[in-house]
Design a protein around this ligand. Structure first.
Ligand SMILES: Nc1ncnc2c1ncn2[C@@H]1O[C@H](COP(=O)(O)OP(=O)(O)OP(=O)(O)O)[C@@H](O)[C@H]1O
Length: 339
């Protein structure tokens, strides 16, 4: 890189940038440096602080994080119920910052489906579960107003209730169903208009662990059989074992990610699921190290770095210490101390 670029150099760089695909151009959900600031009683709360997230079409993934980390704020933005203060968010080609009220309504009816923690928020109490599933189709004008249209909606409602294994509850009102049955019916309602994305905010928060497992099976069925992309927000770490990808949110940013993949032993044919944790690297090169790692090595404020052929070394700021080697003879001193 030249320190004094000519005008031609700069023009060349701009042209190269223009040709480069945009961040997340091939993702179904793209959150690019999302910021959401709330002001309450004159105090500003930064619920999202430059959050980056990409979700590919067909994924089933979970967002986990402690209370107050920003999960619901992100979910409300993706659901089209709230708008970010800054940054960019796109879902299935829709720019969530550029939608007017009409676009927003169409987005909520056709592009996303949601399941909330409170079962009362998902189902209308005075409709049966089949009527609850048919209602979003009717509101979206699915097949029009004829008797045939009504029959087509009723058939689709029943198909969805069957997929979610609650067809026996089709004529029951929500208060006549268990919490697990209500949530499965709620998933059917969310799927009614065949959305690109199913968003679920703490969908198992009010359920026992056995029923919660059944709800995850229902999300998997929707994902595998209908191809719907599913994003589940939870503070329950046990959820992690139910999905292939878990992204952790900390202080309004994505911090770490766990990916699971199946490995089959060539000799025994035995299949095991291997999990690996990754840290997120944002486009400015920022890396959030897990708190337990930095605590274990007493890292704070400043760390020493060194670029190696296949990795980057990160050391505590030990500029005052002498060169040391561990039991394997590996150098454990910061880079500045190496000979
Ligand atoms: N409408 C609001 N007005 C003011 N502050 C808000 C508002 N909504 C959220 N916040 C604040 O933003 C931060 C993130 O909240 P959010 O509800 O997104 O977290 P969360 O991870 O979903 O937490 P929980 O698991 O407890 O629901 C918190 O500090 C919260 O107090």
């Amino acid at each position: 890189m030249t320190s004094n670029p000519t005008l031609a150099d700069l023009a060349g760089r701009v042209a190269a940038d223009r040709g480069r695909p945009a961040f997340g151009h091939d993702a179904l959900i793209t959150c690019d440096r999302l910021v959401r600031v709330f002001t309450a009683d004159g105090v500003e709360v930064q619920a999202l602080q430059g959050l980056d997230l990409l979700v590919r079409e067909g994924e089933l993934m979970a967002l986990v994080g402690a209370s107050g980390s920003g999960k619901s704020t992100l979910m409300n933005i993706l659901a089209g119920l709230d708008t970010p203060t800054a940054g960019a968010a796109r879902v299935a080609g829709r720019d969530l910052l550029a939608m007017n009220a009409r676009d927003r309504l169409a987005y909520r009816r056709e592009v996303v489906g949601f399941v909330w923690q409170q079962t009362s928020r998902n189902l209308l109490p005075y409709l049966t579960s089949a009527q609850n599933v048919a209602l979003p189709m009717q509101l979206a004008g699915f097949r029009g107003r004829s008797r045939g249209a009504r029959r087509a909606r009723a058939e689709r409602a029943l198909e969805l209730l069957e997929l979610l294994e609650v067809a026996d509850c089709r004529d029951r009102f929500p208060h006549q169903m268990s919490g697990g049955q209500q949530q499965r019916a709620a998933i059917a309602v969310a799927l009614a208009n065949d959305p690109s994305v199913l968003l679920a905010d703490e969908p198992t928060g009010e359920l026992d662990s056995h029923t919660a497992e059944q709800i995850f099976a229902a999300f998997r069925a929707a994902n595998e059989r209908l191809g719907t992309t599913v994003v589940i927000v939870t503070h329950d770490q046990a959820v992690a074992s139910e999905v292939r990808r878990t992204v952790a949110i900390r202080d309004g940013r994505t911090s770490t990610e766990v990916l699971r993949r199946s490995e089959v032993d060539a000799t025994t044919g035995h299949e095991t699921v291997v999990a690996r944790e990754y840290a997120m690297l944002d486009r400015a090169g920022r890396l959030q190290l897990p708190a337990e790692y930095t605590r274990a090595l007493g890292m704070r404020d400043r760390v020493a770095l060194e670029l190696e052929p296949d990795h980057i070394g990160v050391w505590p700021d030990d500029s005052g210490r002498d060169r040391t080697e561990d039991a394997d003879g590996r150098d454990r001193t910061g880079p500045g101390k190496r000979s």
